[in-house]
Ligand binder design. Sequence first.
Ligand SMILES: Nc1ncnc2c1ncn2[C@@H]1O[C@H](COP(=O)(O)OP(=O)(O)OP(=O)(O)O)[C@@H](O)[C@H]1O
Ligand SMILES: [Mg+2]
Length: 270
Amino acid sequence: MIIGIDIGSTITKTVSIENGRMIKKIKTRAADAVTSATGALGKLIIENDINIADVQGLAITGAGAYKIKNDIFGIPTKRIDEIHAIGIGGMFLVGEDHIIITNVGTGTAVIEAGKGGIFHLGGSGVGGGTIYGLAKKLLPTADFNGVLDLAKTGNLNQVDLLMEDIMETDISFLNKESTASNFGKMLDSAGYGDIALGILNMVYQVIGMLSVFAAKSKNLSRVIVTGNGSNNPVGKDVLKIITDMYGIEFVYPENAEYTTAVGAGLSWNI
Ligand SMILES: Nc1ncnc2c1ncn2[C@@H]1O[C@H](COP(=O)(O)OP(=O)(O)OP(=O)(O)O)[C@@H](O)[C@H]1O
Ligand SMILES: [Mg+2]
């Protein structure tokens, strides 16, 4: 068994891989990379009655992996490049061999993965961390579900300048409800729900448009969305509108938040 550990900037994701399949998975969170990795390994082993002698190797990746230089607890430990891990994990989860992956974590990375190689096309600092940080100062809660609940009560018209505010007719493929400027209106009457929706709308519009340009530049019509940020119902609604406008489909594979950890585990033999 190989254990893949993705020490992300915020959350550590750990999976066990046996015979090329993901068997167990856990998420943990700790203040530093070493505690995260060792704690996650211990939790996975103890909670699943895994015999440590059956663990052939630890494949570690993610922002915190560089802080671990040596083998952990005497188990052979390899550091796997994060972009490579996302590419391998993405192809495995969807069973396809040429894809664009948009990994929405604390920040956002866009990757092309295929037989010709795995390439980091670019990304943005706009991601899950942006939602958290803005919510912390602007909303009564930065809790993920709290922000979502607030956003469900929101009205974008209170915060965003919309096309209908500046144009009398549709322009190109933009309709009257399209955002002309994120937070460009911000009425005095805007409440927490409106601001929460404005934040999520802005973050997923940026992520969606980056993905559209990446897919179009590679002549692909679908984008695989991974990372914890793939699991955001309001974000998915924003991406659906982008699909309707630009014809690029967003795909949310099962276990998408474990993509990087799975990809690291599957890369053990490279
Ligand atoms: N259930 C959830 N659904 C969506 N987003 C979430 C959820 N729980 C946490 N988040 C947000 O997702 C972000 C973390 O996502 P993820 O674990 O994919 O990133 P990471 O690997 O730690 O970061 P990065 O890949 O950028 O280094 C955090 O900003 C967090 O606020
Ligand atoms: Mg990550």
